[in-house]
Design a protein around this ligand. Sequence first.
Ligand SMILES: O=C(CO)COP(=O)(O)O
Length: 131
Amino acid sequence: MKIALIAHDKKKNELVNFVLAYKTVFEKHELYATGTTGEQVIEKVGVPVHRFRSGPHGGDQQIGAMIAEQEMDIVIFFRDPLTAQPHEPDVSALLRLCDVYKIPLATNIAAAEILIHGLDRGDFQWREIVK
Ligand SMILES: O=C(CO)COP(=O)(O)O
């Protein structure tokens, strides 16, 4: 499965620790990320990640383009709901595309826990059929 990892600045540590905690699950999949998030995951977790542009420089849109091409299976996006983002329209567009294409999306760690256990159990095999 192709998994997108994205975190706003104040949530990056949480995401890195989450990926570290489930490293054995994540390393069975193809990881993609916005620029800075990907850099931190590579450095601190030591798993390969395909990095796009930084979020404010178009990274969210690049991941959105993959979703529109049915090339992204899961999105884990730890948003910061308490800080204004200069690229808020890009963030909204990405979340919207997840709904348009019915992509499993977790926007916080509590939902990501459920999603990762489902992934490990094979709950998202249906993605292979819809592609
Ligand atoms: O801003 C982001 C998502 O909207 C994340 O981008 P970075 O991973 O480059 O910080």
